[in-house]
Ligand binder design. Structure first.
Ligand code: HEC
Ligand code: HEC
Ligand code: HEC
Length: 105
């Protein structure tokens, strides 16, 4: 039993957290920089995002291309939705306007 408990602890500590910062495709509006680790720390829950898409690089565009995820779904139903809710609740939040998320190069 002790051995099993130790193994479980180890696997959580070694969980792959992915890149610290990610740049997401944002169509004509321009790329979207996304601070991944800071969201992990603030939200304390991977499932908020990773029930919508897997923990895999490029998965959002892959699912959109396969017609399994609506374009702008992540933007509207995850990113902006949460930021607006936090703002309303008077909590620290992220951007809610186009040009604050999308950057033109
Ligand atoms: C607020 C949303 C959000 C949360 C919360 C989140 N992630 Fe992610 N994660 C993303 C996005 C966005 C991507 C990139 C998807 C893509 O490239 O299409 C990603 C990608 C990944 C990847 C693939 C490697 C990479 O860097 O692209 C791993 C691994 C990962 N996440 C692990 C985690 C773990 C572990 C947690 C919880 C501790 C977590 N994520 C929490 C949004 C989130
Ligand atoms: C909180 C950050 C955020 C805000 C605010 C935001 N976007 Fe986005 N946008 C994203 C992300 C992330 C994606 C990529 C994922 C997706 O398609 O849902 C995206 C994708 C897009 C796409 C590409 C969709 C595709 O697949 O072709 C367009 C176009 C776009 N946004 C326009 C806008 C416009 C216009 C506004 C302002 C009304 C806006 N965005 C506000 C984060 C944001
Ligand atoms: C469930 C809630 C939630 C979701 C989903 C979420 N965010 Fe955030 N985001 C936050 C909070 C809370 C903050 C404020 C963090 C702080 O300043 O303490 C934030 C901050 C940000 C910031 C500003 C970071 C900084 O350092 O100033 C950006 C950019 C951002 N989010 C982009 C995104 C994008 C893009 C997505 C979608 C892929 C997303 N967020 C999804 C809650 C969320």
């Amino acid at each position: 039993m002790l051995v099993i408990a130790g193994a479980v602890t180890l696997s959580i500590a070694e969980q792959n957290k992915g890149a610290k910062d990610i740049e997401l495709y944002g169509g004509k509006r321009g790329k979207v920089p996304f601070p991944h680790h800071s969201h992990q720390e603030k939200l304390g829950n991977c499932d908020v995002c990773h029930t919508v898409f897997e923990q895999k690089t490029g998965i959002i565009e892959e699912l959109k291309a396969q017609g399994k995820l609506e374009k702008k779904y992540v933007m509207n139903k995850l990113c902006t939705k949460c930021h607006k809710e936090k703002q309303k609740a008077g909590e620290k939040s992220g951007p809610t306007t186009c040009s604050k998320c999308h950057i033109k190069k």
